[in-house]
Structures are given as structure tokens and as C-alpha cells.
Design a protein around this ligand. Structure first.
Ligand code: SAH
Ligand code: SF4
Ligand code: F3S
Length: 469
């Protein structure tokens, strides 16, 4: 239900969609990136135009993330800046509206309106299809929140309309929400229960993207490998089956998926890595901790051995597969011994890339209630030690590519004239000398040097000029 917040902050309606420039700023995960393009497309269809920067906009949508305390605090500091901008505009008689969307909107609702009086609308991730109507109401001076888990199909209402603007790679949401309830995590509360999009919708969207020139599709979901989507005949498809179907869409040369939960890593998905050439040999598989005691307290539903077994099976299906993961240090009650077990797991696996975080207590989650919270200093020490190890692994992984020839999908011009940039199958950024006509193409590249953030290569058989890193 839309809850009106009885307060008028705006004058009479000076806006119409035709004149309004909108800027959507996203924080957090790929789901927010995808949602931001959907919101922009939806508003474009209503006649709103896209602003290049917030300063040029009449309407700013902050698409927020609630995952850690810092992410949420960033939203309020950004809102402070926007409030000043709104005041300046107001002084010169111009309208400026501020919308808070995403996971902070869902988690805090009306509290956002209370904490920052310049905010006009708070809209949760399951209500974006109602944005045009809600925005019309804000022009009448209403301040609103809408954080319903709507019954209508959000994805149908938010159809992709502007694929041609989106470049060589694109995200396609196939699953949203989470039923796992890890004891540290807000996502099940902000995104709701696991829902999978029907197969046909995803195929149609992928075909449209491929026709518009997209070559790499990353299917995304909070638990993407829990995907169980309906087909028109009433059947249920696993993620592996969906990927196999998407691999047959003409123009799609590469497929990826993220983020996976270890317990949903089914054998058919592992096998797909051996069977589907379009499926890239890179899996982001968050483990969070290597300690069985901590994994249990996190409610992750598997132990360290089960994770190592999964890694072994992935490597058996596709020997060159590269792995990436997320880690949390300083979960309540984590001992030095628990932390050592995490380092031990990292040494055993060898990761190509990782994300690591200090545990952040989140309101409403079970772990936040525990009375054995870890000191910030200890968290910082553990994070530094973990990052030193994973950074060394990342460097080793990149250096090991030197001398090899890998397929690169070129995505954009490089930083220097005559250079183009793309990605290896293992998500490494690669620069090579070559013409812009290669953008969108996959070409074999021999890697000649590994820099800190990218690899330099030469087109196999082509001329190479030393690429500055
Ligand atoms: N669905 C994914 C991850 C979603 S959130 C999964 O199951 O792994 C992305 C990452 O943020 C998580 O993998 C975790 O490492 C981190 N994270 C989530 N909640 C956190 C918290 N309260 N404190 C610190 N890191 C957190
Ligand atoms: Fe959060 Fe766990 Fe769900 Fe991932 S699986 S979104 S970490 S609750
Ligand atoms: Fe953040 Fe929400 Fe994504 S909390 S990580 S934006 S699902």
C-alpha cells in the first residue's frame, strides 16, 4: 500500500515528464545496476530524458544498498548533498525531486522521509513499476513511501526498451530474492523471497539484447543457481538448462552467471561448464568463512569440505576454471583459530579474485543480536592478513597467464590511441593494440605482461605495440 506522508514540500506542479531530466545513481550489487537501467527505460518511455550528471537533473533517483552500515551511511551523506542542491534550485524557482529506491528504501521506508526532509519518494525494489504514478503524485507535493512486495509482475512492467545503448555486455535478471537467511544478511528482508522469471521472458530479452549487439550475457540473481523457472508448457527449468537455451541465441558468444550459493550448485550446472563452450570458465562462489563453526553460526548450510568438494568437481568438469569468492572477517565469536581455517581454505583453493569485508552488524539480523561481537581492531587486522593472501593469489593467477594465448572479447577503446580493451574468459581486463572494429568480437590474444589491474597482450598473429599499463 502506498503510505502518504502528510506534508507538502513542493509548490504547484511545475513539472511534466517531457521536461524532466532524470539521473539514476546506483550503489551495491549488479541487481541494482540492472534495476537502474530498467527504471531509466521505464521513465524514458514516459517521456523523461536522461541527464548525464546529477547537477543537470530535475529528478535524482538514488538506488541504494543496505548490505553494510557504511553503504547505508553513504546514502544519507549523498542525500545531504542533494538536499542542498534542491534548496538552491528552489531559490531560483526550479523544481528538483529526490527519490530513494533500492534496499535502504525497502529496509527503512518512512524513516528515510523523517531523516531527510528533502526526500520526496521512497520506493522499494518490488514497486518500481509504479514509479510513473508515484512521481505524478510527488509533483502535487505529496511525500510518499511504497515498499510493497507487489503482486503484479515487476519484470513485465519493466520491459527493456533501450537495449541498443548498453554496449557489448549486459546483465539479465533471472532470479530475485533470497530464502537462505544467512544470519548476518539483510537481503532476504530487502528483496523478499526467491522468485524466478519465466524462461520465455528471459529468452526474449536475451534475443533483443543480442540483436542490439550485446555479445556477453551475465544472468544475475541474489541466488542465481537456485533458479527454477517455468516454461510455457508448465515445466520447470534449472539454471543449467536455461544457460543451454541462451547459448543457442544467435549473437550470444559468452555467458556468465552470478551470484551462486554453494548449496545450490547442482551437478547439471557443474557439467554445463564442461559442455557449453559459451559458458565462461569463471565462477563467483561466495564461501564467507573456512571455519565449520562459523559457517554453521552464519547459517550457510554447508561446511568447508563440501565447498572444497564443489571446487574439485568444477575443476574436473573444466580444468581451467577460475574461482572467485566473498569473505567476511570478524563474524561474532570468530576466534583466531576460525580465522586461520579461512586462510587455510583460501590456500587450498587458490582464488583468481575475491571480495572481503569486515562483518557489519545489520539491524534485524540474528547475528547483530549476539553479545560476542568482535573488536574493530581485530577485524581490521584479520582483513589485512586475508587481503594480503588473496592479493598474492590474484597476482600469481595473472602472472600465470603471461605467455598464454586467450580469447578476449573486446568491449571498448583502450586508454591510449590504437588500443582496445576487453576481458579474458577469466574476467581479467586485457589491453591490446587493435582497431575499434574489433569491439564486440572475440579474438585470440597472446598475453605478454601482467600489470596490477590489467594484462597487456598482442592479437595472436597481429602487430603489437607495448601497451602501457
Ligand atoms: N547472495 C550472495 C551475496 C549477497 S551480499 C551470497 O549468498 O553469497 C554480497 C556479499 O556481502 C556477501 O557475500 C557477504 O560476503 C557480504 N555481506 C553480506 N552481509 C554482510 C554483513 N552484514 N557484513 C559484512 N559483509 C556482508
Ligand atoms: Fe544474503 Fe545469504 Fe541470501 Fe546471500 S544467500 S543474499 S549472503 S542471506
Ligand atoms: Fe545491496 Fe540490496 Fe544488492 S542490500 S548488495 S543492493 S540486494
Amino acid at each position: 500500500m502506498t503510505a502518504p506522508f502528510a506534508e507538502a514540500t513542493l509548490g504547484p506542479d511545475q513539472t511534466s515528464p517531457g521536461r524532466t531530466k532524470v539521473f539514476v545513481k546506483s550503489y551495491g550489487c549488479q541487481m541494482n545496476v540492472y534495476d537502474a537501467t530498467r527504471m531509466t527505460d521505464l521513465l524514458a518511455a514516459q517521456g523523461y530524458s536522461e541527464a548525464a550528471r546529477e547537477e543537470e537533473a530535475d529528478l535524482v533517483v538514488l538506488n541504494t544498498c543496505h548490505i553494510r552500515e557504511k553503504a547505508t551511511e553513504k546514502v544519507y551523506s549523498e542525500l545531504g548533498k542533494l538536499a542542498s542542491l534542491k534548496q538552491e534550485r528552489g531559490a531560483s524557482g526550479r523544481d528538483f525531486r529526490i527519490v530513494v529506491a533500492g534496499c535502504v528504501a525497502q529496509a527503512e521506508g518512512v524513516e528515510v522521509l523523517r531523516r531527510q526532509r528533502a526526500v520526496d519518494l521512497v520506493v522499494g525494489p518490488q514497486s518500481y513499476q509504479r514509479l510513473p504514478e508515484l512521481l505524478t503524485r510527488t509533483t502535487r507535493g505529496e511525500r510518499l513511501t511504497d515498499t510493497d512486495f507487489a503482486v503484479e509482475d515487476k519484470f513485465l512492467a519493466l520491459r527493456r526498451t533501450a537495449a541498443e545503448r548498453r554496449g557489448v555486455g549486459a546483465f539479465v535478471t533471472v532470479q530475485e530474492g533470497c530464502d537462505k537467511f544467512c544470519s548476518f544478511c539483510v537481503v532476504p528482508y530487502t528483496r523478499g523471497a526467491e522468485v524466478s522469471r519465466p524462461v520465455e521472458q528471459i529468452v526474449e530479452e536475451t534475443e533483443a539484447l543480442a540483436e542490439a549487439g550485446v555479445r556477453e550475457i551475465t544472468v544475475i540473481g541474489q541466488n542465481v543457481n537456485a533458479y527454477l523457472g517455468a516454461d510455457a508448457a508448465g515445466g520447470e527449468w534449472s539454471l543449467a538448462r536455461l544457460l543451454e537455451r541462451l547459448a543457442r541465441v544467435p549473437g550470444v558468444t559468452r555467458l556468465r552467471y552470478t551470484t551462486s550459493h554453494p548449496v545450490d550448485m547442482a551437478q547439471d550446472l557443474i557439467d554445463a561448464h564442461g559442455a557449453l563452450p559459451q559458458l565462461m570458465p569463471f565462477v563467483h562462489l561466495p564461501v564467507q568463512s573456512g571455519s565449520n563453526r562459523v559457517l554453521k553460526a552464519m547459517n550457510r548450510r554447508h561446511d568447508a569440505d563440501a565447498y572444497l568438494d564443489l571446487v574439485a568437481r568444477l575443476r574436473a568438469a573444466r580444468p581451467d576454471i577460475a574461482l572467485s569468492s566473498d569473505f567476511i572477517v570478524g563474524f561474532p565469536g570468530e576466534t583466531d583459530e576460525d580465522f586461520e581455517a579461512t586462510l587455510d581454505l583460501i590456500r587450498k583453493v587458490g582464488f583468481a579474485s575475491t571480495f572481503s569485508f569486515k562483518y557489519s552488524a545489520r539491524p534485524g539480523t540474528p547475528a547483530a543480536e549476539r553479545d560476542d561481537q568482535i573488536d574493530e581492531d581485530v577485524k581490521s587486522e584479520r582483513l589485512a592478513a586475508l587481503q594480503e593472501l588473496v592479493e598474492a593469489q590474484r597476482r600469481d593467477f595473472n602472472v600465470a597467464t603471461v605467455g598464454r594465448t586467450v580469447d578476449v572479447l573486446f568491449e571498448k577503446p583502450g586508454r591510449h590511441d590504437g588500443q582496445i580493451a576487453g576481458k579474458s574468459p577469466y574476467m581479467q581486463a586485457v589491453h591490446a593494440t587493435g582497431g575499434l572494429e574489433l569491439i564486440g568480437a572475440v579474438a585470440p590474444v597472446t598475453i605478454v605482461a601482467a600489470g596490477s589491474n590489467s594484462l597487456a597482450g598482442k592479437l595472436a598473429g597481429g602487430a603489437f605495440r607495448e601497451a602501457p599499463l
